[in-house]
Design a protein around this ligand. Structure first.
Ligand code: 2P0
Length: 324
């Protein structure tokens, strides 16, 4: 008999080499490998409780009942994998400030993968959980692990999963999320990347150079070379946003404040402060820096943004079970 109930916590992650396009939409296989940093500040706690009397899955996000087709489809995949056929009540609490505009699908599907399989009394390896989380949302593949993580592209369900990158850097890295706008995304990641793959004339160039970026950033990590690391991440992010500008119909995630934040970071670099930016499928800008430089960067950003819009995070852990 299964335990029927389990609770898991997973942290969100920020891609440094981005995933932006699928070669298989059903299995969520990416066009290229990606690299991310899991963050300590932002996470999701999810409790799954199976009940033989339920006629469908029930999902509550921050206490509110949601009708989520993506999630229902994912739970069918979990049932197929575990062979445990009950429906479940799923309670998720997002500790990702809604205003931060940080991807919550990564932490959501990573936490759900561990909670839903454990409640069904199945105990999978982290590699298996990573492959399962991938079926819910690509970025969730990486949130199974803490710190720096690589999602290996793979060619089928078996070979596409994430693994932690063992690095020996002495950076004490920090990420400042600059909250620019709290409105919901104009174009979801899922549809944005699909439009790009189908229409951007630059997509071939993205795929071939993303793999080079991935190898180069791993080399920078292994050489403890923060400047190359940051520059590669910044360039890769801008390349992803250039794809969006070149798609038909074109779209972009920039707000005027995003451009201001980017310029502040570039100006700080001219003053020999080591910092770099990256942006995801939203207008917020994330600044990558060393802890040593954190205060000087925050002091400068405070001239342009309210201090409560500057959220500082450090590397965070992989998915884990919580006591019920
Ligand atoms: C990433 N981002 O690597 C990329 C880079 C933002 C920019 O939002 O369709 O929610 O569920 O697999 O994982 C990835 O979007 O998309 C994403 P699906 P996901 O994190």
């Amino acid at each position: 008999m299964a335990d029927l109930q389990a609770t898991a916590r997973a942290h969100t992650n920020i891609a440094l080499i981005k995933y932006w396009g699928k070669k298989d939409k059903n299995l969520i296989l990416p066009m290229n490998g990606s690299i991310s940093l899991t963050l300590d500040k932002f996470y999701t706690d999810t409790t799954v409780e199976y009940s033989p009397s339920l006629k469908k899955d029930h999902f509550f996000l921050n206490g509110q009942n949601k009708n989520d087709q993506k999630l229902a489809k994912f739970m069918d995949i979990v049932r197929q994998k575990t062979g445990f056929n009950s429906y479940a009540s799923i309670n998720s609490i997002n500790h990702v400030p809604t205003a931060a505009g940080l991807a919550s699908s990564a932490s959501a599907y990573a936490a759900l993968s561990l909670a839903a399989t454990t409640a069904a009394n199945k105990h999978y390896t982290k590699t298996e959980l990573s492959r399962l989380a991938r079926r819910g949302s690509g970025s969730a593949t990486r949130s199974i692990f803490g710190g720096f993580v690589e999602w290996i592209e793979g060619q089928d369900d078996e070979s596409s999963y994430a693994k932690p990158l063992r690095v020996n850097t002495d950076w004490d890295i920090r990420m400042i999320a600059i909250v620019v706008d709290s409105k919901p995304k104009k174009v979801s990641s899922r549809s944005g990347m699909q439009t790009v793959v189908a229409t951007s004339p630059f997509y071939k160039g993205w795929v071939s150079t993303a793999n080079k970026d991935l190898n180069d950033i791993k080399e920078a990590l292994s050489k403890n070379d923060f400047q190359s690391f940051g520059q590669i991440a910044e360039n890769n992010s801008l390349k992803m946003h250039a794809l969006n500008l070149s798609a038909t119909p074109h779209f972009n995630y920039f707000e005027p404040e995003s451009l201001i934040a980017m310029r502040v970071v570039e100006n700080l670099r001219e003053k020999k402060v080591n910092c770099y930016y990256t942006m995801d499928a939203g207008p917020n800008v994330k600044v990558i820096c060393k802890n040593n430089d954190l205060n000087v960067i925050l002091d400068e950003l405070c001239h342009y943004f309210p201090s409560d819009h500057l959220l500082v995070a450090a590397p965070g852990p992989g998915v884990k079970l919580l006591d019920n």
